[in-house]
Design a protein around this ligand. Sequence first.
Ligand SMILES: Cc1cc2nc3c(=O)[nH]c(=O)nc-3n(C[C@H](O)[C@H](O)[C@H](O)COP(=O)(O)OP(=O)(O)OC[C@H]3O[C@@H](n4cnc5c(N)ncnc54)[C@H](O)[C@@H]3O)c2cc1C
Length: 307
Amino acid sequence: MGFARSVLLKASRSQWLARQLRERRFFQKAARRFMPGEALDDALDAAGQFAKAGMGSVLTELGEQVTSRAEAAQVRDHYLGVLDKIQRRKLPAHVSIKLTHLGLEGSREGCVQDVLKLAARADQARSFLWIDMEESRYVDATLDVYRRAKAEWPNVGVCLQAYLRRTPADLESLLSLSPAIRLVKGAYNEPADVAFPKKRDVDAAYFQLAQRLLGEAGRQRVKPVFGTHDLSMIERIRQNAVAQKVAPSSCEFHMLYGIRAAEQRALASHGAEVRVLISYGSAWFAWYMRRLAERPANVWFVLRNVV
Ligand SMILES: Cc1cc2nc3c(=O)[nH]c(=O)nc-3n(C[C@H](O)[C@H](O)[C@H](O)COP(=O)(O)OP(=O)(O)OC[C@H]3O[C@@H](n4cnc5c(N)ncnc54)[C@H](O)[C@@H]3O)c2cc1C
């Protein structure tokens, strides 16, 4: 892992730095590059615009590491309200949650019950519930919650991270559930015995997992979603989908709001199923630092705002 990436990821966990930077206007302005605004309505309006351009969206309220059950219940109620609004506005929008935002660390059982309520409401709203993957120490718990939710509701998917050495085995263990999997490269600071430190190994792992997902998609055993902005990877995946006779409508490409926006539209106009993940809310510091770490050149964007 590059030095700049590692420093930025360590900084993303600093409460002190969060307090110093969050209130600075230049930093707020820079973060806005990756989010339409802090309010839910900003995200819903952006989802409406994407829908007009033939793209779906995925909404997520920023926040993580909640330990109090009362606070977690507020997060659950917030998302129940989001699903109401998605249904009322007839938006082609999904929802993505972080389990630590729903109090996974405080009470796993409480978290499971909240996920089940959200999955039920998403089903009613003809939406879909995605579960993000966080640091490697949460993977077992996240997959456990996913298995319990998927046993009761069809419209639930989970994210897997290609950089983790364990992911091929995790994928195999999920296949009997006919899962929906969002494959990403991975955004956290992990030790080398847990995650591949070199980008080229992560890319190779990503493509291998993508091939496996497409093979299973051809047999309707999995709904694959590729969460990446790596255009050459997307091209290879699309070619492999054709080779494995997977209909273009059977897989989706998801990208983050504000990253490669022109390419998102171009991909959709060429017949791919594209969704944009739109983040909103005030707890954007750790998340924004991860976006900087993905492309340390983004730090220049922040510095330009200072000037
Ligand atoms: C829909 C979606 C959901 C995700 N969910 C999770 C999750 O649950 N857990 C998790 O660990 N990670 C998640 N991620 C983040 C992911 O793990 C990667 O960190 C991130 O997508 C960057 O990797 P990449 O696949 O785009 O490829 P890279 O090879 O890193 O990037 C390819 C190209 O995309 C552009 N790019 C990538 N990132 C940025 C950026 N921040 N700013 C500007 N340009 C950029 C650059 O041009 C770069 O050359 C998610 C990503 C997406 C798109």
